[in-house]
Each structure stands twice: as C-alpha cells, then as structure tokens.
Design a protein around this ligand. Structure first.
Ligand SMILES: Cc1ncc(COP(=O)(O)O)c(C=O)c1O
Length: 414
C-alpha cells in the first residue's frame, strides 16, 4: 500500500483558509487587459504569439536583451543549470535560505550545491560568506534575493571575477527590486523569475530567465524549449542534448502580460509600505525587522520578516507566530524550513552514502549538509514571517500589524 503522507501545497492552495484582520493578496488583482489577451489566445485558435509578446515586454521592462518564458522559476533555473553545461561533481555556491526550486536544476544536472552561510542579521549571503566556500571545483555562484532584499552584489561580482566564476540570480521574490538603481535579475550573467500565483507578479504559474548574453540565451532556448532538438537535413529532428520542453503557455503569458502592466505601481507601493511596516514594528522592544540596506533603492518586498530577541520573551518562536496569526496576521509563521541544506534531507543522505555525484570521482571531497550554515540556522530559529504582505497594505494596515505584534510581545514579555 502507498505510504500516506501530507504532501506540500503551492500557490493559492497553500494559502487556503488564511484569514485575519489584515489584507491578503487573495483573490489576486489581475491587470484589466487579462481577458482581452486571453481572448486573443483563444480567438487565434492557439496560433497566438502571446508568449513571445510577454518575453519582449518583460525584457524591455527589465532593460535586458533576452527573456525566455518558462512554466515557473524551478524550470527556469533548471534550464540555466543545463545550459551552463558544467561537469557532474562541479560545485555551485548557493544561498542557504531559499526554496527547493533554487537547487532542483543543480541536483538534476548532478552538480553539487555548496551552501554559503548568511551574512550577519539577514537572510542573504555575502561575498564574505561565499569566499571560504570557493574551491577548484567551484563553477558558479547562485544568489537568492530572499524576501525581495537584494544581496550586496558589487562585492560578490568582484569576488567572482577574481576567481573566474559565473554569478547568476534567483530573483523570484525580488521582481523590480532595485540595487543602487539597477534591477534585481540584471546584476549577474542571468536570472530566474517566478510568476507563480502567490508571487508579486502573480499569474497562475509561470517564470522566465533573463540575460544579456546572446549565446547563453540561444543555448537556453535550445536546451529548455527545443528539448535539445535540431533539424538535420535529410533526416529530421535529432537530439544533440538531453533537453526540456519548458515553454511558457500562451494563457499564462496573457495573464503575465496583463500583470506586468500594473506591477510597477504595485512595487512602488510595496516599497513604501514595507519601509513603514519595518519602522513601526522596529519600535516594539525585542522585535527586529529585517534590516533594509541603504543600497536598496527599491524594495519590492514579497514577504515581511522579523526576529525575536529570545531573552525578552517567555514563549517559543512558534507560540509567538501562532498568536500573531490568531490575533489577525494571516499566515504569520516560522521559517525554519527555508534552510535548504536542512530541508532537503536527501542531500545529506546522498552525501553520506556517496551516491553519485557524491561518489569520488566525480566529487573531489566529502560533503556534509547538517549544520553547514550555523548562522542561518540560528537566525531562522527566532525568525517570523508572513507572505500575505501585499500591495493592498495601506498605512492603517501597517499600524494594525505593528499593534498586533506589540500586543503579542507584551503578552509574552519577561
Ligand atoms: C526564492 C525562490 N526560488 C524558487 C522558487 C520556485 O519558483 P516556482 O514556484 O515558480 O517554480 C520560489 C517559489 O516559491 C522561490 O521563492
């Protein structure tokens, strides 16, 4: 008999039943042209070029040469991992606080994810935490801009250049965030985005890769859209690489295009509201919102996050989060599962058992994931977040959220 397990849910399904006195993004506000674009797809008898239209529009909005649409960020990053064509056993340094989608493609290509620890007081890695992870097998650095906060990219790019490494970005949570006036997703060789229903530019599912590199873009389309297939004269389709069929559906593109038309105002609003919310919640003793570095010219915040000072409260982080949810903040919860070296239990199992690519060769040394990122682990033990923070927040909602945090804090204060 099949083993019964509680399976994880994603997108709108993961938010089902979440209520409270603060707004959530559900049901999503959809750009006014969505039905027109969807109708075009249907009326064209599926001969629409909607996916290419979205690709052109998103590339233009980001100021990059190429956008390659996908059904999500997990496939976008998988396409990139395949297109880079590193060797099995090569190492990719990656942010430890993220989603499984960040590393899925690395695992499938038999690369070895090496998690750099987070920088002090935040959820992102930094050049200082990356440097000790660099070995002669390192090929790339995959940074994640968690919550929408962009990693400090100039020192990371300088470090990568010194060692001849590729830098690329998981910009899922940071669409139109700006680092020193430059968009997240345009700060390395390429980037993956998610347009999953819960994300800032939310469609049903969806995602893309962006890059300025013509050759890489061509390879991504070949491996990711054409399944590594090309036309051989006198024969027909031959497959010269094991590729994927990760094309963005036209109906998804129609909704993405409509969402793109309304996103920039929403991002500007999110930026204003997250700064106000952080300031107000920062006034509650014992509670510290994620610091917003000065280089963040626009913080396209997807979720709000804050830490508790355990010395000031009698309750656990879980209890505090539960009380926030019960007092009116929908979806308030802890975030330990974002620590991917701990959450992906198969990594440690495979590393211990020497399963390929952890066999030697191709791995050059032994790996262990348990306790690999102590700072991130400690940080997440006292971290509370809610991803129902959204463009519907107004000043009164920031005040209410801060009031709820203060009430719960005072209830549990030592
Ligand atoms: C940081 C990050 N990376 C990757 C993903 C995966 O994106 P998708 O659901 O579009 O495959 C997510 C989605 O939650 C994410 O937040």
């Amino acid at each position: 008999m099949a083993e019964k397990r509680e399976q994880a849910t994603y997108g709108a399904a993961a938010f089902a039943g979440m209520t409270g006195s603060l707004p959530t993004q559900w049901p999503r506000t959809i750009g006014p042209n969505a039905m027109k674009y969807l109708q075009e797809v249907v009326d064209s008898g599926l001969q629409s070029d909607m996916s290419s239209r979205f690709e052109r529009a998103f590339a233009e909005a980001c100021g990059v040469k190429h956008c390659i649409g996908t059904p999500g960020c997990t496939p976008a990053l998988a396409m990139l991992a395949a297109a880079f064509a590193f060797e099995p056993g090569d190492e990719i340094i990656v942010s430890p606080v993220t989603d499984y989608g960040t590393i899925q493609g690395l695992v499938r290509e038999n690369y070895i994810p090496v998690f750099a620890d987070t920088a002090s007081s935040t959820v992102n890695l930094s050049a200082e935490t990356i440097e000790p992870c660099i070995t002669d097998r390192t090929r790339a650095i995959l940074v994640v801009h968690k919550t929408g906060l962009v990693c400090d990219m100039d020192p990371i790019n300088a470090l990568a250049e010194k060692h001849g490494l590729i830098v690329y970005e998981d910009a899922c949570q940071a669409v139109f965030s700006e680092y020193k006036g430059r968009f997240a997703g345009t700060l390395g060789k390429a980037a993956g985005f998610s347009f999953d229903s819960e994300k800032t530019l939310g469609s049903d599912v969806g995602g893309c890769v962006v890059t300025d590199d013509d050759e890489l873009a061509e390879r991504i389309r070949f491996v990711g859209h054409s399944r590594g297939g090309e036309m051989a004269p006198g024969f027909g389709r031959i497959h010269t690489m094991p590729g994927y069929a990760f094309r963005m559906p036209h109906c998804t593109a129609a909704i993405c295009l409509a969402q793109l038309e309304i996103i920039r105002d929403q991002v500007a609003h999110r930026d204003r509201m997250i700064r106000l919310l952080s300031q107000l919640i920062g006034e509650v003793p014992g509670v510290t919102p994620l610091p917003i570095p000065d280089y963040m010219t626009v913080y396209s915040a997807w979720m709000f996050g804050m830490n508790l000072d355990p010395a000031q409260f009698t309750c656990t982080t879980e209890q505090f989060a539960r009380d926030l949810a019960e007092t009116g903040i929908p979806g308030a919860g802890t975030g330990r599962y974002y620590l991917i070296p701990a959450a992906c239990t198969f990594l440690e199992q495979n590393a211990r058992a020497g399963v390929y690519p952890y066999s030697q060769p191709p791995a050059s040394r032994s790996y262990s994931y348990v306790g690999a990122c102590p700072r991130a682990e400690t940080f997440l033990q006292t971290w509370i977040r809610w991803s129902t923070f959204c463009a519907r927040y107004e000043e009164e909602h920031c005040e209410l959220a801060a009031h709820i945090v203060r009430r719960v804090a005072d209830k549990h204060r030592r």
